[in-house]
Design a protein around this ligand. Structure first.
Ligand SMILES: [Zn+2]
Length: 354
């Protein structure tokens, strides 16, 4: 099937991010934002969370950029533009050009929803680490960002995987985890499987400049997105009406992980004092949405992401549940649930009943 889509500035589908390098030259990188239903802007698909598939992505780009997707690279082939045109894209314009083309294929993804597919390409640099279990963790930013601004997120990202592997008793499902700071980004961060994207200010820590409050926020967001690699990515809501199960679990787990990593920050106080109060305040409004919301049309999805309800109030419901059944039973239940996830057999794993 042939398909042609447009790259637009709307920060959904495939979109450009604009920035300036150290010499003040205009630079561009390309990124994706497919949640909730924007994969369809990039390729034809059944663009609903229940319709999971294995993706084998090939990108054709200019040859001097970094290329990232959900899985590690499988192969790369460099060729002259004309050779590429004849071989793959006879409809592309004939150009008198010396630039070469890079064709990059990525390893097959796990079976997953379209909204989690992602790629990023551009002039990026990184810092890397490895978890105890051997997962490669990388934090990326445009080359104009100082290398030391990546260190804090790298530490939290690495330790978050270790924490959740230990807590859930289920290994991180991919060989690598990339975290990328994008100059243009519509929300805070996005949990694409193995390629998490962020707004720069919620990933980069400038030593001596970034406040303690922002560092705590960075740690919470990195832990939140890392927990989604299990909640949401490994097990997925069937339809957007149960989005709260993704976000409320991730909301609670971000505090749990950060509290384990930085006990002297006392982040559970914040869970109550800041987000807890926000949830109460919103919940006192007449006609406020419930935690679970019926969704009849894709255009309704973006209205669901109410931080005070779908994240904070739902996170509190789960926290109450955890306290009611006890920490040990809660942990064991989650672990059993992940271990018995038949993602390898069935096309979809559901949370509860639709
Ligand atoms: Zn989330």
């Amino acid at each position: 099937m042939e398909f042609e889509g447009k790259i637009t500035d709307g920060m959904t589908g495939i979109y450009p991010c604009y920035w300036k390098d150290a010499d003040g030259n205009e630079q561009k990188l390309f990124a994706t934002q497919f949640e909730s239903h924007h994969a369809r802007e990039a390729f034809p698909c059944i663009d609903e969370p229940e319709a999971k598939a294995v993706f084998e992505l090939t990108l054709i780009t200019q040859d001097n950029v970094e290329l990232l997707s959900n899985t590690p690279m499988q192969s790369q082939e460099r060729m002259a533009y004309e050779e590429w045109r004849i071989k793959y894209s006879k409809n592309a314009p004939i150009q008198d050009t010396s630039f070469s083309i890079l064709q990059t294929s990525f390893k097959p993804t796990p079976k997953m929803s379209t909204y989690l597919l992602a790629f990023v390409t551009g002039n990026l640099h990184k810092k890397s680490a490895k978890t105890k279990s051997g997962v490669d963790v990388n934090v990326w930013a445009t080359t104009v960002q100082p290398a030391e601004s990546l260190d804090f997120a790298l530490d939290v990202a690495t330790r978050s995987i270790e924490y959740f592997e230990d807590y859930f008793g289920v290994p991180y499902p991919l060989p690598k985890a990339d975290h990328v700071a994008l100059p243009d980004f519509s929300s805070g961060a996005m949990e694409n499987w193995g390629l998490i994207t962020y707004r720069e200010r919620v990933l980069l820590d400038y030593p001596g400049q970034t406040s303690q409050g922002i560092r705590e926020y960075i740690a919470l967001v990195v832990a939140h997105e890392t927990s989604h690699q299990w909640f949401g990515n490994l097990v997925t809501m069937r339809w957007w009406d149960d989005l709260w199960l993704n976000e409320s679990f991730a909301n609670m787990m971000e505090y749990q992980a950060v509290d384990a990593m930085f006990p002297d920050w006392h982040v559970w106080n914040q869970f109550i004092a800041s987000e807890g109060l926000a949830a109460f305040r919103r919940d006192a409004t007449y006609g406020v949405q419930s935690v679970h919301v019926d969704v009849h049309h894709p255009d309704e999805i973006s209205t669901l992401f109410d931080g005070s309800i779908v994240y904070a109030k739902g996170g509190r419901l789960l926290y109450m549940l955890k306290n009611y059944i006890g920490e040990a039973a809660f942990q064991k239940g989650l672990s059993e649930y992940f271990k018995n996830t038949p993602t390898q057999i069935l096309p979809v794993m559901i949370y509860g009943q639709r």
